[in-house]
Design a protein around this ligand. Structure first.
Ligand SMILES: Cc1cc2nc3c(=O)[nH]c(=O)nc-3n(C[C@H](O)[C@H](O)[C@H](O)COP(=O)(O)OP(=O)(O)OC[C@H]3O[C@@H](n4cnc5c(N)ncnc54)[C@H](O)[C@@H]3O)c2cc1C
Length: 479
């Protein structure tokens, strides 16, 4: 049986991974040149505890479960997650009522270890918070993640277990016969198919419409961010939220996996036709600074190293839309996956397979006998002791050639990233963290281009940043 998954964000990746445990002909089609470059690459990177959504929603059901699963799966597949805990802070008694509501909701959603802290209890945890804060909801199980790293890890493991990953092909149409999709058509190929899963993010509504399935309309809600360098140090230990509004969780202060601090996001609704509009604005970034300084007054914005924006896949239904089609017999929508989609992704994969494919569609799946449960990440030499690192350099000099000094990434790691599928500068960045640091690639970018050109046997001018037309060099200045 052949299953085609459309969209290689964290949702499609976890569905593919869950399905790779079974004997199936599995194909994941992604329009970009790499996986995880939609909403998955630009967000707050939080593993939410699960108190935000009403208990009857799928979001509530899948968030707490996803949080738990990430901590388990990340050990087998070697991607980073850190339990940091989160504080939703309140400045007055009116906001305290919202915290009490969240606490009750969290308890109904089976979120463990939620407490409301008062006065000094808060500052013992977070000495740099504004002294005007009176109360805070502490959620011990909240954590942080690098979402692209998780996406790469599960996809690599799914590939070890037989997944065919098709990159750089956009699904454009379907061939339908007797209420069944028989072919998925892309701009380059067509694939015969028995079951189709639509996890195309912001474009999930358009894919469903093309197939002839029911759908929910999706519009982009933009969130702008400022990333502060790790040199600023631990100005917060946990994730700091303001009291949420009905529209969003607010503008946050979030520690990142590699020790930086992320400020944001804003929440701005854009028209349906602006699904690629991830520009930042003075107004948005000003708001990020003003709102986060209310939480942590000592934030020093001169440590900013990058600004960016992500686009949430918003729908009018205020829940994930994960459902088998009633108009087509072999089509499943997994769309409208806005926050907490990163957190929920492993639970979404599980839900799609257990509740929809097996329960609702009554498809019998046979477990693979030789499923490979472990995946090794690219070795990070700077995490070794100097003695161990020296031993490695004796065996392989590339381990001693540091290319990215901000994040101490060696040539060996970059070559390994290319061997595992990186074809672009961003492909190397998301696999190794090279160019992610303080200099944002100004020092190492050109050296990585040379390595990419050498390893891929291409002229250096052919190497792109991410998309096919994102050239970096356009010719020589000297003969
Ligand atoms: C500002 C912001 C902050 C957020 N913060 C958090 C957070 O802290 N914690 C949390 O849990 N969640 C958070 N989220 C939500 C989370 O980022 C998303 O739920 C998650 O990334 C959605 O993943 P996805 O795979 O469904 O979508 P995407 O990552 O967008 O993936 C969809 C993929 O489909 C591909 N595609 C589209 N059309 C086609 C086509 N025709 N053919 C082939 N491929 C196609 C796209 O290129 C894309 O790669 C946040 C989101 C945003 C935007």
């Amino acid at each position: 049986m052949r299953v085609v998954i459309i969209g290689g964000g964290i949702t499609g990746a976890f569905i593919a991974w869950e399905l790779s445990k079974y004997d199936l002909d599995l194909i994941l089609i992604e329009k970009n040149l790499d996986i995880g470059w939609g909403a998955t690459k630009a967000n707050s990177g939080i593993l939410h505890a699960g108190y935000d959504d009403p208990p009857e929603t799928l979001r509530a059901k899948l968030c707490a479960r996803g949080n738990e699963l990430h901590f388990k799966i990340s050990q087998e597949l070697e991607y980073d997650v850190k339990r940091k805990g989160s504080l939703v802070v309140a400045f007055n008694d009116e906001e305290l009522k919202v915290l009490e509501e969240l606490l009750k909701r969290g308890e109904k959603n089976n979120v463990p270890n939620l407490t409301i802290l008062k006065g000094e209890e808060i500052f013992e945890k977070e000495p740099n918070l504004s002294r005007e804060i009176k109360y805070a909801l502490w959620a011990e199980t909240a954590g942080i993640i690098e979402p692209w790293e998780a996406t790469i890890a599960v996809t690599e493991n799914a590939i070890q277990n037989g997944l065919s990953l098709i990159l750089g092909e956009r699904v454009t149409d379907f061939e339908v016969k007797n209420k069944r999709i028989i072919k998925v058509i892309t701009n380059k190929n067509s694939y015969e198919v028995d079951l189709v899963i639509n996890s195309a993010g912001l474009y999930g509504d358009e894919i469903a419409k093309k197939a002839g399935s029911e759908f929910v309309p999706i519009y982009p809600r933009r969130g702008e961010y400022i990333l502060l360098d790790k040199k600023l140090g631990n100005i917060v230990n946990s994730i700091i939220f303001p009291t949420p509004t009905p529209k969003s969780k607010g503008i946050l202060v979030v520690p990142t996996i590699d020790g930086g601090i992320l400020l944001g996001p804003t929440a701005e609704d854009l028209p349906e036709d602006q699904k690629e509009n991830n520009a930042t604005s003075y107004r948005g970034l000003r708001k990020v600074i003003d709102e986060t300084k209310k939480l942590v007054p000592s934030i020093d914005i001169s440590y900013a190293i990058k600004t960016f924006a992500g686009l949430r896949a918003e729908t009018p239904i205020k829940d994930f839309f994960i459902k088998e089609s009633e108009r087509l017999n072999n089509f499943i929508n997994v769309i409208g996956i806005r926050s907490p989609g990163l957190t929920s992704a492993p639970a979404i994969g599980e839900y799609v397979v257990e509740e929809i494919i097996k329960e609702k569609l009554k498809i019998n799946l046979t477990r693979k006998k030789d499923f490979k449960a472990k995946r090794k990440r690219i070795r990070r030499y700077s995490e070794l002791s100097l003695e161990e690192w020296n031993e490695e350099i004796k065996k392989d000099p590339l381990c001693g050639n540091i290319i990215c000094y901000c994040n101490m990434v060696t040539e060996r790691e970059i070559v390994e990233a290319i061997r595992r599928g990186a074809k672009t500068l961003d492909g190397v960045k998301f696999r190794t963290r090279a160019t992610f640091g303080r200099c944002q690639g100004n020092f190492c970018g050109s050296r990585i281009l040379e390595i990419l050109a050498r390893e891929l046997k291409k002229d250096i001018s052919e190497i792109v940043l991410n998309s096919e037309d994102s050239w970096i060099l356009n010719g020589r200045v000297r003969p």
